[in-house]
Write a protein that binds this ligand. Structure first.
Ligand SMILES: [Zn+2]
Length: 226
């Protein structure tokens, strides 16, 4: 086991996401266009961040993503059809800050309190969809989307086991709620590039945990160079 995997395993066991400011200095967190930029309920993205996007050539609805993610998604959907015979579709890709704001506010109106709304919808700036690196995936034949039952479908199982091959990770797995801040979402994949995706899949940890190990490793490299 490599040292980064060992530290990831121990961090996962600790379930912690505290970051020292020194380690933060080595973080990719200032690079919103980078592949490892972290967005969650604590780490929000600027209202002004609007990435360049491309219309992904797959069936479905909201299909805009950043180019690298978009091309990888096309590859993944083609492989799923080829290997499994299942056609996947796009349910929701890029969402701007304003769009997320509208979604959040209409939920807030319906449920009446921020506490309740927060259970279902990310606040503006707290959604990975604003990065244009995330996609909510469905099977073309599915009538209902974005439910945990997707995890039990043929396509859902295939996505879980294979998305890393194309540079995606399952971002919100069961049992990670305390670390990610989000419920189990078997339909939501996030693009991080092939190398990161493989390491994260093998370590079987949330992005938050991987980043902590990644930062620690970078810091050690910086110290070693001095
Ligand atoms: Zn999503």
């Amino acid at each position: 086991m490599s040292s980064i995997l060992q530290s990831m395993a121990s961090l996962a066991a600790a379930g912690t996401m505290l970051l020292s400011s020194a380690v933060d200095a080595a973080a990719p967190q200032n690079d919103a266009d980078g592949l490892l930029f972290l967005v969650n309920r604590q780490w929000r993205i600027s209202q002004n961040y609007e990435p360049e996007t491309r219309l992904t050539d797959v069936p479905g609805q909201v299909r805009y993503m950043r180019e690298d993610a978009s091309l990888a998604l096309e590859e993944m959907y083609a492989a799923c059809k080829e290997e499994l015979g299942v056609k996947l579709k796009a349910v929701s890709g890029y969402r701007s800050y304003d769009k997320q704001s509208n979604i959040y506010n209409s939920k807030l109106k319906r449920v009446g309190s921020k506490e309740k709304a927060d259970e279902y919808v990310a606040r503006p700036g707290a959604s990975e969809h604003q990065l244009a690196l995330a996609m909510d995936v469905g099977q073309e034949s599915d009538k209902v989307n974005l439910t945990s039952s997707f995890g039990g479908t043929k396509g859902g199982k295939w996505v879980r086991e294979n998305c890393w091959r194309f540079g995606f990770i399952l971002r919100y797995d069961e049992g990670w709620e305390e670390i990610t801040g989000y419920s189990y979402e078997p339909w939501h994949v996030r693009y991080v590039g092939k190398e990161n995706a493989q390491r994260i899949y093998e370590a079987n940890v949330p992005l938050e945990t991987y980043l902590q190990a990644w930062r620690a490793e970078k810091l050690l490299e910086i110290v070693a160079e001095d």
